[in-house]
Structures are given as C-alpha cells and as structure tokens.
Design a protein around this ligand. Structure first.
Ligand code: SF4
Ligand code: SF4
Length: 669
C-alpha cells in the first residue's frame, strides 16, 4: 500500500517575468516501510517537491496535480487542517539542524512543546516521551540533553535531535532533506541508520533527499533521479547503480569520487532553469546521445519493468550502460617530495575558542606539531570539531594561535599569525567552503579575481594578462566577469574563488572543504580544476575535507585529526589502505562510495559522548572499541609506525605497543 502518492504534480514559482517551472509532471509512489531516495543536482526540484508535500510553498506558487499522504489529499487541506497534518501525517527533518532548531530554547523545551501540542498529553508525560525519543535516536544522556541548548551540541547531535523532533508524532511519511549534508563519514552512517530504523519500526514511508548518492544508496530501497523538475529514471537501488539506462543517471554516478583514487568524470554543462514547460528533453544540451526526436517533445516516464521506469528516447543499452571510468591514476604518491626542508613548520600549536556568557572555552587545537613540504598536496581529514578548519584558518593567517609557533622559509620570520603581516596574504591564499558568502558582494567577478594583485602594484597590462590566463585555467567564462557573486551558481563562484587564490602565484593554497556544498557533477568539475592547476603550477596545497574519496584522489599525504590532535599521518595510500589508529579505521569503514561495496571489517566507534568528561588520557577514550584502562590516564603522541607513517595510539604502535593482536591483524590484511 502506498503512503505517498503524487500524481502529475506541476509547480511554478516566482513573479510572472521571472517564473520558473520547478516541478514538471512528477508521479511518485512510496510504499509502507519503504525508504525512497530522491537524487539530482541543485536546482532539480528536490526540495521544492518536499515543500509541496509539506505544504510549505510560498503563497504565490502555482500548484497543479494531486498529493495523497496516507489517503489524505494534502493540497485540499485548509490552514487549520494543514497544522494538524504537519507532524502527525507527514513530517520533515530539515538540513542545517543548527539553524533549524531555536537557538534560545533548550532541546527539552522544543521537544516537549512539540509533543504536547500534537498529542495533548500532560507536561510530565511529554517529558517522559521526549526522553524515550532521545533514546530512540541514540542519545544516552537524556537528562543533560534536555537541559542543553543547540549550541552546546555537536552537528551530529543536532541532526539526531532534528530527527527526534520530526518523528515525535510518528508520522506516516518522514521526509529527510539532505540529512547528512557536511557530516563526516561516521556521523553520516549513524544518521542514515536512524532514518532507516524509523521506516522499519513504524512501517512508515521515508523520502530521503540528497545529492550524496553513495550514502543514501546504503539505506534506500528505490531511487528516483530528478532532472529539471522531472523524474528521468526510477529503479531498485542496486539495479539503478549497476545498470543505469538514462544518460543523466550515468553522468551522476560517474561524477561520484571513488576510493580507488581514479579521476571522476566531469561534464561541462549545467542544468537549465526552465522559464516554460519543457517541450523537448531538458537534458538535451548535455546529452551525447540526443537524436532528432529528443527535440520534438518531452520524453514521458515509461515503465520498463515492475520497478524500473525511464524517460528517454535513446537510452543506454545493457552493454553501454556498464560504466567505463577513466583508468589513469591521479594520486601523486609516486611523486618525489623534498622532505628535508619544510616550507612551514608548526610547533606546539594550540588554539582555544574563548567561552561566552560564562561558558568554558573550547580547545580546538591541542599542542599540534606539523611540517608542510614544498610541492606536496596535504590532506586534512577528521569529523566536525576535530580542528581541521581552525588549522586551515591559522595557516592562512585568518586566526591567531593561542600559543605555539609557526616557522616558514616563505616568510623568513619566526612567528606567523598576524593577519596584518603583508607577506602572508601574498604567499598564502585560501579557498573557502562557501564561495558566494566569502566573495565581496559589491565587487564584480573580474575585480574579485585580481584583488590579491593590488598590493603588488603591477602595471595594468600585466594584471589584464594574468586575469586572462587565470580565467582560462579555472574555466570562468568571460561573460561572467561583469557579474556580482550573488548572481553566480555555486560552481561558478568556486571557480572565481580558485582563480582569485592562484592569480598571485602563492606558495601555499589552503582549500577548506571547497566542494562540500556542491552537487556531484559540479564537484567533479571543480576537483578537475584543482587537480590540473596543482599539477601545472608551483604551489603547495593543504586540502581540508570530510570527503575521504576526494582526499584520496587529490593528496599525497594525509593527516587524520580527532579533537584537536593529529592521530595518524602518512602517505595517503599507506594510511587509507592500511589504517592503524582505531579512529582512522572506523572512519574509513564508514565511507560509502559507489566502489566500496560492503563496509570494511574494522571496529566501529562507540556512540559519541554528548558531554565530554575531562580526563588526561587519549581523546578517543570513551568511544574507542579497543581501549584499555590505561588509555584514560595516558595522553598519546605521534610515534613512528613504519617508514613515513606515524600513529598516536599506544595499542597500535609497535614502539610502545601494549597489545600485539591489533598489529598482527593489520599485517595479515
Ligand atoms: S531523451 Fe534524448 S536528449 Fe534526452 S536523455 Fe534521452 S537521448 Fe538524451
Ligand atoms: S590509546 Fe587507547 S583509547 Fe586511544 S586510540 Fe589507542 S587504544 Fe583507543
């Protein structure tokens, strides 16, 4: 029986002259107990579809078609009925939980209010129910969590609470909109498991919206691929991944980074924004298989078998649907890196975020030592709160370390932490996570790109020459040069950000999660731009990411961070193929890519402690599956495990090992 039944849904939004045809004839059914993934690039209409189901579209939107949820025709409900419908029949867990939760109210107040408003129970019963809900999403210290404010919780905890709120009244349809956006691999797996458990436990339908196909594929029964407001292919998950028949499905799958370090496919086009109902195939400008029929009408979604539906006039057949990925390796592990003279040397670096309103400060970096060598691509990985972005900001001169020092041959100076020291700006550049927010909104693209050259006082003709070269290198179309950042797409803005970073020929570029807000096809394009430029230009890069497959394909060396410390470091192939530290092993075991198949057989971490209990020992103690009592008392430093490979774990390190089995297990792999 279908819980969700969407029939011929069409949605238009925007004022008359700027009207966008966002949803164009979608039919979709989701059965009881089914987890259904909806994937596609930004602008495909995924969130618009969710808003239509939740009756959250703006008043001005034009909606046609039917949406039945649990037999209720939700488009016909009046305002009072909509309030009752939201939560009890259909509910949504929004992306960005921190901004979706109220910052000024405790978790308990928010949960208890939601429960009592929906089920009219007493405050005491609602409180008990709230505790049960928190337990059901894996939060053990319910007492303290109910009293906490969202800013006191980690990103993963906030997402759990968001899900707890969404399922508080046991909706028949749960919509999860990008629930794992920006979460690291271990948290992603936990959150997806919660969603999948809910579908099974309550026999509810789940619609999970994501641009991360590899992750959602692990829990979804079926996948629908949305392009320009239309479903172009739908199939059982394994069949869609293994035998994609629509050219767009295949493009999406080929764009997903793989853990084998091979290049991702990247196309040049982007999704059109439709100003009228499509009268041809909306994918035509990007499709290499287009035939004359594709220009004549919009292909309808046709059932090919019980589970498989396809909208294409010239689909891939079985033979050419088998994905052929590029075969040239793009990891640089064979490159000779000069390790004798570090470009930068960090010693005992500590950074403490000061507490506000009487709260305790937070140590983001803890006595960290690191050397960066000329010409290398260094990856920094770790979960949210591990300190990787703080480290990047200190390297870029945007933050000042609380203590410690940075020596650099670039700067010929001992200390390196003052944003006003001019050489820093010229020699070290940063590419940010959100390019649109970080570019000056008042500056046109050409002025944004050349801004780092102003201090060099170059003649105008040289500036023009460099600008022309850089926009070719990062593939920014000349027509964009007079635009302002707000009118750029995420991918265009990130190319501008990279152009701006490389134009002054810096010695070091810090890339801080440069693709985390982009969908897979744009991500593939940006990765190729970064890769090409780091090969052809003379800069050293620091690449910060929670996406391990991307790090594998870009970097030579990697450092793994956990709660402000480096827990493992070495050549990327060595660390990723033979991880030693329990945290690295658990992190890699959680990675889902389309080529990784089943989880690797490493021990999972124990659930994270929502409220850290201070101790003097290893930071992983409490979550570590192989800890011993001594770990709580003994802090860990990096020690050599093998040539170039260092690990901070007494149980895993041959020089101080207290437990041989772990090591022999690693060697036998
Ligand atoms: S209908 Fe034509 S243009 Fe559209 S995806 Fe199929 S082959 Fe390509
Ligand atoms: S030192 Fe102990 S707690 Fe820390 S990672 Fe090693 S085994 Fe686990």
């Amino acid at each position: 029986m279908s819980i969700l039944d969407i029939q011929e849904l069409c949605v238009r939004v925007g004022a008359a002259e700027k009207e966008v045809f966002a949803i164009n004839g979608v039919n979709l059914r989701i059965a009881q107990g089914e987890v259904h993934a909806l994937v596609g690039e930004t602008g495909a209409g995924k969130s618009m579809l969710a808003k239509s189901i939740m009756r959250l579209l703006p008043e001005s939107a034009h909606v046609r078609g039917k949406i039945f949820v649990g037999g209720i025709d939700c488009l016909e409900l009046n305002a009072k009925e909509v309030t009752a419908y939201r939560g009890s029949v259909a509910s949504i867990a929004l992306q960005n939980p921190r901004s979706s939760l109220s910052a000024t109210r405790t978790i308990g107040d928010q949960l208890i209010d939601r429960i009592s408003s929906q089920s009219r129970v007493s405050k005491a019963s609602a409180r008990m129910e709230a505790k049960n809900l928190l337990e059901s999403v894996g939060i053990s210290d319910t007492h303290r969590t109910l009293k906490a404010f969202p800013h006191q919780m980690s990103g993963g905890m906030c997402q759990r609470i968001m899900i707890a709120l969404a399922i508080s009244s046991k909706p028949r349809l749960l919509i999860a909109d990008e629930p794992t956006n920006s979460l690291d691999a271990t948290l992603t797996e936990n959150i997806l498991q919660l969603i999948s458990d809910y579908a099974k436990r309550e026999n509810a339908a789940v619609l999970i919206i994501s641009h991360d196909i590899a992750s959602v594929a692990t829990i979804s029964d079926r996948i629908s691929v949305l392009y320009a407001g239309s479903i172009v292919e739908q199939n059982a998950t394994a069949d869609l991944l293994g035998d994609p028949r629509h050219p767009y499905t295949r493009m999406l799958l080929d764009s997903v980074p793989k853990m084998d370090g091979l290049a991702v496919f990247s196309d040049v086009g982007s999704m059109p924004i439709l100003a009228k109902y499509p009268t041809d195939c909306a994918f035509i400008s990007r499709c290499s298989r287009a035939i004359s029929t594709c220009h004549e009408s919009k292909p309808a979604l046709v059932a090919m078998s019980d589970l498989h539906s396809l909208a294409c006039f010239n689909s891939l057949d079985k033979e050419n649907a088998v994905r052929q990925l590029p075969t040239f390796p793009l990891t640089y592990s064979s490159r000779e890196i000069e390790v004798k003279n570090p470009l930068l040397s960090l010693k005992s670096l500590t950074f403490i975020y000061k507490g506000r309103f009487g709260t305790k400060g937070f140590k983001a970096l803890d006595n960290l030592d690191l050397e960066l060598y000329e010409g290398e691509n260094l990856g920094i990985v770790g979960e949210s709160g591990s300190g990787k972005s703080t480290l990047g900001r200190i390297l870029s001169g945007l933050e000042k370390a609380s203590s410690g020092e940075i020596k650099g041959v670039v700067l010929k100076q001992k200390l390196f932490h003052d944003i006003f020291q001019e050489p820093i700006r010229d020699e070290i550049q940063m590419v940010f996570q959100d390019p649109i927010l970080t570019l000056d909104p008042k500056l046109e693209v050409n002025r944004s790109i050349v801004e780092p050259l102003l201090r060099l006082k170059l003649p105008k003709v040289s500036v023009e020459e460099r600008l022309s070269k850089v926009i070719t290198d990062v593939r920014v179309d000349r027509s964009l040069l007079s635009r302002r950042p707000r009118s750029l797409s995420g991918g265009q803005a990130q190319r501008v950000g990279i152009g701006r970073a490389i134009i002054s020929n810096p010695k070091i570029i810090v890339f801080d999660e440069p693709t985390s807000q982009l969908d897979v096809t744009t991500q593939a394009q940006i990765l190729n731009v970064i890769r090409e430029n780091s090969k052809s230009k003379d800069f050293t890069s620091v690449y910060i990411s929670h996406d391990l497959a991307t790090v594998k394909s870009i970097c030579d060396r990697v450092i793994v961070m956990y709660r402000g410390k480096i827990v493992e470091t070495g050549p990327v192939d060595q660390v990723f193929n033979n991880p030693v530290h329990p945290y690295t092993r658990a992190m890699l075991a959680s990675v889902r890519t389309l080529d990784s198949g089943e989880n690797r057989e490493f021990e999972a971490l124990l659930p994270e402690d929502e409220f850290l209990t201070p101790h003097s020992g290893c930071n992983l103690f409490g979550r570590c599956p192989v800890s011993v009592a001594a770990c709580e008392r003994t802090g860990q430093n990096l020690l050599k495990f093998e040539e170039n490979h260092f690990v901070a774990c007494s149980k895993s390190n041959p020089e101080t090992s207290v437990s041989k089995p772990n090591i022999s297990e690693r060697e036998s792999k």
